[in-house]
Design a protein around this ligand. Structure first.
Ligand code: GLC
Length: 818
């Protein structure tokens, strides 16, 4: 092995293998591996294109100060340094923050180590059968997380995962791949003496396989199909450090308009227009909050994208105006396939601009999707994206608020129905991406992402003041910069309700924090019980939308009779009341990369019982949700992490009561849901399991003692209705029995414009401490936005079932509660 060091790179070479290693100031290592062949003999002959995951200029290699005397150089600040031990032959690249990458001995074997000493052993690069092969060791108790959207449980160890976006409607536990490919895995080290977590991100939108101990339980292997690979290694002390670094690199979802965090209703499809209005009216009449209605493919004229069916939707503008009047936002589906039809202007204009992808022989490729024979835009080209963006006038000019990009793996019905990985255009279709005109296989996993980039361009040009809502099915690493992701065509089954939880948790750990599943399941008919349980679970997921396939029974909250309707209303009302908390968590995600929905192990990294726990989750740091995942179950086992926890579900899923803080409850109107309930809460001790009752109308929900939860006293029916509830913010304070001091940042802004990016937002820090003296310290940190609640209702829950309520003016200050 030889090595050379330049101003920002450590290069190690062994035979025909070469690795160029650099590290950013914040401690992310980048390794560019090349296999030199008889035709590619020079290290300069890289054919890598620009990254689709990492925005240009984001990763900057830190300057390297050389030599063994570099402690002072590193101390100077953010420089990296190298170290060479001539006797052992080891050469080390040290990041300023303490982590290190070292190369030792023969063969290209590296070691990556966290600042506190946890290390991936024997990371080696070699020539595999089709391209670069990357291997490293797995300790007996190590685990894997991340990988974006995958079926199966939380710990991804013991299986192989193919990176290949696939229209896969059959998501059982062993089915892989699905619609998205995020070649990023977090290896959690537990055996090396020092704990830690290391992320590996292979930035390659082509095909690769991550075998995480399937072939050999002690070895992880990534097999690529190219002679070059760019890998980022992200060392951290825990999963969130790694996710934070990964999302620093690949980006985070900006704040959505707040209406996109409300409940959303979809089906394949609501039509004609009168049916859409009927659904909308039902929500308002039954006082079930709803913010968004979706139009699936039947709104189009013969499934021609950017058109409206003249009979079913003769006047989309009038329809949408009416929906807007009633507080609904409208999202339309847009698929990539453009119908081949010489009388269709979108097809004609795309053909004239030559934007449709061609085969190697030069002919425009014809596949088949919903409209029949169709062509596929080459979204990797900037001019195609601009052309596609301009088509959105047909949507935005009549008032459409959001866009839902589907079938963008891309799905192609002329492919192989049985082998779903081939249900896509063949490899002789050429796309003109960052590495030049190449087979679609080279770029397969970014096709959908670049379609979303085109949609983002449409929003930026045609609705520059407003925040977009984009939803996508396909995606690659970094998809979170563009769109929310839903988990595609699940089933109306208990297994799929269960699988939603680990899927969403790993998506969140992979940067895709704005995610959700089709509530009730897409394929098949939900039972009322399943629908109710799904609603109770999903009211906590960031993206909250019910959807069902064509030909199934109705899947609206009222479609299963009065009892289930009541349960759905309670769940959706709770979601509405939680909006201040959820919005603040979104802000936290934007700042730190920490997902809204969090795996249980984030409550206590050291508790081995939490490491693989997939059937409970946390919302933020403090809210613990334990969904009921079986039919007939009216109780379930809940494991509470260390600390103390208040049982909250007995009071949070409420409806049809107006309970006064200082008096007994009096009956109210359905659809009002107040938190001004003075019922006390039971305190549970963590570190153990409990068998907890779970009647049909609620699931177990606990809040960490010491926490603060900001809530509305009453749920808005839709976003514009929140003006009516904004006057009062309830700050629920959950007292602990041992000394505590906890912090929560409450975030707010105008909730729909881009002005927050210019500083027009408000962050208040709430510091709650006790128990010798319960105190709440409210201090405004950023005040670029004026609106604030008029008053805060402090609601202190104490052990022993005591509740104390105090109403204060919404002002900074230190408030003691006695
Ligand atoms: C796909 C989508 C589904 C949609 C259907 C019709 O199956 O995943 O959500 O309803 O196409 O557009």
């Amino acid at each position: 092995m030889t090595h050379t060091i330049s101003s920002s790179k450590l290069e190690v070479r062994d035979g025909s293998l070469r690795c160029a290693c650099s590290v950013s100031e914040n401690g992310i290592f980048r390794v560019h591996v090349q296999l030199l062949t008889s035709t590619v003999t020079s290290v300069e002959a890289s054919v890598l294109g620009d990254s689709y995951a990492v925005p240009a200029g984001c990763f900057q290699a830190a300057p390297i100060s050389q030599g063994n005397t570099s402690a002072s150089a590193a101390a100077k600040g953010r420089e990296a340094r190298t170290e060479h031990n001539p006797s052992s032959g080891e050469v080390v690249l040290h990041a300023a923050c303490g982590s290190r990458l070292s190369a030792l001995g023969e063969g290209l074997e590296l070691q990556i180590q966290t600042a506190s000493g946890g290390a991936l052993k024997g990371l080696s690069f070699s020539r595999g059968t089709k391209g670069v092969e990357i291997r490293w060791g797995i300790g007996p108790a190590d685990r894997f997380y991340g990988l974006g959207e995958r079926s199966g449980f939380l710990d991804k160890r013991g299986r192989s995962y193919l990176m290949w976006n696939t229209d896969e409607p059959f998501h059982h536990e062993l089915r892989d791949p699905l619609y998205q490919s995020v070649p990023f895995v977090i290896h959690r080290l537990t055996d090396s003496g020092a704990d830690g977590a290391i992320g590996l991100f292979l930035d390659d939108p082509g095909r690769s396989v991550f075998d995480l101990g399937e072939s050999d339980p002690g070895t992880a292997v990534i097999r690529t199909e190219r002679n070059e690979a760019v890998i980022y290694l992200l060392p951290g002390e825990n999963l969130f450090d790694v996710t934070s670094a990964y999302t620093w690199l690949t980006g985070r979802h900006e704040l959505p308009p707040r209406w996109a965090l409300g409940y959303q209703q979809c089906r394949y499809s609501y039509y004609p227009d009168s049916r859409v209005l009927e659904i909308a009216d039902e929500f308002r009449r039954r006082r079930i909050p709803c913010d968004v209605i979706y139009l699936d493919i039947h709104y189009m004229d013969g499934y021609r994208v950017f058109t409206w069916d003249p009979e079913r939707f003769p006047d989309p503008q009038a329809l949408i105006a009416r929906l807007h009047e009633h507080g609904f936002r409208v999202v339309t589906i847009v698929d990539p396939g453009v119908k081949i039809d010489p009388e269709y202007d979108v097809y004609l204009s795309g053909s004239a601009r030559n934007v449709f992808a061609r085969q190697a022989d030069g002919a425009v490729y014809a596949g088949e999707v919903w409209p029949g024979a169709a062509v596929f835009p080459d979204f990797l080209r900037q001019d195609t994206r601009a052309w596609w963006a301009s088509q959105h006038h047909a949507m935005f000019d009549v008032g459409v608020d959001g866009i839902w990009n589907d079938m963008n793996e891309p799905a192609d019905f002329t492919g192989d129905v049985l082998d779903r990985t081939k249900f896509t255009p063949p490899g002789d279709l050429m796309l003109d991406g960052s590495a030049g005109l190449r087979s679609i296989d080279r770029y397969h996993n970014v096709y959908g992402q670049m379609m979303c980039a085109a949609t983002a361009d449409a929003f930026a040009k045609q609705k520059p003041e407003l925040r977009p809502l984009m939803v996508t099915r396909a995606g690659y690493a970094g998809i979170q910069r563009y769109a929310a992701v839903w988990t595609g065509d699940n089933d109306s089954s208990w297994a799929h309700l269960s699988m939603m939880i680990p899927m969403l948790l790993n998506m969140g750990l992979s940067g895709i924090a704005f995610c959700g599943s089709d509530v009730g399941g897409f394929q098949g008919n939900a039972s009322g019980e399943l629908f109710a349980r799904w609603m109770l679970s999903s009211c906590f997921t960031p993206f909250f939308r019910a959807h069902t396939s064509t030909g199934t029974r109705d899947h609206e909250p009222w479609a299963f009779g009065a009892e289930v309707e009541g349960v759905c209303r309670r769940a959706i009302l709770l979601r509405g009341r939680l909006l201040p908390y959820i919005y603040s968590l979104f802000d936290e995600y934007r700042r730190t990369g920490r997902p809204l929905l969090r795996p249980m192990l984030s409550a206590d990294w050291d508790d081995p019982r939490l490491a693989g726990m997939w059937n409970q989750f946390l919302v933020g740091a403090d809210l613990l949700v334990a969904p009921v995942l079986e039919p007939e179950a009216r109780s379930r086992v809940v494991y509470l992490p260390a600390g103390r926890w208040y049982r909250w579900d007995e009071v949070c899923f409420v409806d049809e009561i107006e309970v006064q803080a200082d008096g007994p409850g009096t009956p109210g109107t359905p659809g009002t849901n107040t938190n001004t309930d003075n019922r006390g809460l039971a305190l549970y001790h963590g570190g153990q399991e409990y068998l907890v009752d779970a009647p049909l109308d609620r699931i177990p929900v606990f809040v960490r003692a010491g926490a603060v939860l900001p809530l509305y006293a009453r749920a808005p029916q839709y976003e514009a209705d929140s003006a009516a509830v904004d006057a009062e913010l309830v700050l629920c304070l959950f007292a602990d029995t041992e000394a505590f001091s906890s912090e929560l940042i409450v975030y707010d802004d105008d909730r729909e414009s881009q002005a927050y990016l210019q500083g027009e937002f408000r962050r208040e820090r709430l510091l709650f401490s006790g128990p010798a003296k319960y105190q709440l310290d409210i201090s405004t940190r950023e005040s670029g936005y004026d609106r604030r609640a008029e008053r805060y209702r402090l609601q202190l829950y104490e052990p022993g079932g005591k509740v104390l309520t105090r109403i204060i003016e919404a002002e900074d200050g230190v408030y003691s509660l006695e």
